[in-house]
Write a protein that binds this ligand. Structure first.
Ligand SMILES: C[S@@+](CC[C@H](N)C(=O)[O-])C[C@H]1O[C@@H](n2cnc3c(N)ncnc32)[C@H](O)[C@@H]1O
Length: 236
């Protein structure tokens, strides 16, 4: 067995241990995964411990309005929506018709008791419509769709963010390729551009955390929309 295979097995075992201990069986989430698999959706949803992190971030933020870019089968959507109070609202954007249909059914089965809307269409077409409708401002936005468009999604998320809002971006380490300045991979370039935008944008302060686990070696960025660079005390 190679070192990489040993690492992957260990990461998967630890993720299973964390999920079994801190999350356990969850009828709605388990059914969402099963229905997504049965419909042939790719197995690229966030891991259970990552879904719970999104849930906790929304709770800590006291989020009442959440935007998600990239729904898949609605797994992360369910985690996020469960953090909403009565009267809360979540809008999730999905370009693929089958993914959107499976997600709607998974979300309905989960019986969330809050307003969750799956909007079908390319996110870069839906986002300007949301802005024109006056949807938002959003207390938390989760960016998890096509990676080359991350910079554009970040710009829209910032436009639509509430003061004090969080913007979370998934898959920003890409097996370490993010540190490769010579990369020509469009997804890596998307993430590197995001980091430059975060560096140069005075209205946000952000960090990125590397992760290992059942989803491999990757990571996420969390940006806080301060809206006021003077409160950052000279740090980014
Ligand atoms: C990584 S999956 C989302 C996983 C989901 N957030 C979860 O953790 O359960 C990415 C999703 O983004 C969708 N997607 C890709 N390009 C898109 C676009 N331009 N607009 C909207 N959705 C897009 C894909 O069809 C896919 O369902």
């Amino acid at each position: 067995m190679t070192d990489d295979e040993t690492n992957t097995e260990r990461w998967q075992a630890v993720d299973r241990y964390i999920a079994d201990t801190l999350i356990g069986r969850d009828a709605a989430l388990d059914a969402a995964v099963a229905a997504s698999d049965a419909a042939g959706l790719p197995q690229i949803a966030v891991a259970p411990n990552q879904g719970k992190l999104l849930h906790l971030l929304a709770l800590v933020r006291g989020a009442k309005r959440i935007l998600e870019i990239g729904t898949l089968g609605g797994y992360s959507t369910i985690w996020l929506a469960r953090a909403l109070p009565a009267g809360g609202r979540l809008i999730t954007l999905e370009a693929d018709e089958t993914h959107a249909r499976v997600a709607r059914s998974n979300i309905e089965r989960a019986g969330l008791g809050v307003d969750v809307e799956v909007r079908l269409g390319p996110a870069l077409e839906t986002l300007p419509r949301l802005a024109a409708e006056g949807a938002g401002p959003f207390d938390l936005t989760f960016i998890d769709a096509d990676k080359p468009n991350i910079p554009a999604y970040f710009e829209w998320s910032l436009k639509l963010a509430a003061p004090g809002g969080l913007i979370v971006v998934d898959n920003v380490i890409r097996d370490g390729a993010v540190a490769d300045a010579s990369s020509t991979d469009a997804s890596v370039l998307g993430v590197r551009r995001l980091n430059e935008m975060l560096r140069d944008e005075p209205r946000v302060t952000a960090t990125t955390i590397q992760t290992v686990g059942s989803k491999g070696y990757d990571g996420f960025t969390i940006a806080l929309v301060t809206g006021d660079s003077s409160r950052l005390g000279g740090t980014r």
